[in-house]
Design a protein around this ligand. Sequence first.
Ligand SMILES: O=C(O)C[C@H]1NC(=O)NC1=O
Length: 250
Amino acid sequence: TMHIRLINPNTTASMTAKIGVAGARVAAAGTQVSATNPDAGPVSIESHFDEAVSALGVLDEIRRGEREGADGGERVDAYVIACFGDPGLLAARELTTAPVIGIAEAAFHLATLISTRFSVVTTLGRTCIIAEHLLQNYGFAHHCRKVRAAEIPVLDLEDDGACALGRIIDECRRAKTEDGIGAIVLGCGGMADLTDEIREAVGLPIVEGVTAAVKLAESLVSLRLGTSKHGDLAFPRAKTFTGRFDYLGS
Ligand SMILES: O=C(O)C[C@H]1NC(=O)NC1=O
């Protein structure tokens, strides 16, 4: 069997559980999915500051997965960074030979296979720039018409009374009407349980990053394609880390 570890970089357990359920639902018969989050870090990620702080927790979770695999625990065959900013993605890739896939990157790839133009619908307007930077960095900027926000705090997705679904559907409908697109990418790991309802309500293909990343991870593992160790993604050079980061040293 294959083991995929989903890492929720924020520290909200209910979102981690939701991400795990969404990933397990689409996983192949021979694929085991586990979901974790760091115990230290922001309860939600909705700013450059939150992204930066959460990256350290992602790296701790990768190191833990690698250590457990080496100590006779269940080996991790692939990691998913289940936050739409893909925090710590390249640093995480340096730490393992397994594939490491961000949910934004995964969603962008699949959206370009089923449409010539897509829009993104994320949470707070201030985080749109983060998705825009990723689109540039990954080479998908000209495929994306617009990064939109439902203008909801991330944790409203964990609050049934917050009517987050209605606001997301409304923004998706505006995108469908105004953006000249063929598909929509959901811009938050916390939306992973809403895909079917949104697709029904909006009438467009809806690409969701957690499920996209799980299937891409399965593909890479099946093709024996792991993170390259030739060049910039090689394991980091041994060095001392001082102060509270001394545990990272070797
Ligand atoms: O950037 C966002 O709005 C969504 C992002 N924040 C978060 O805590 N999980 C996410 O996927």
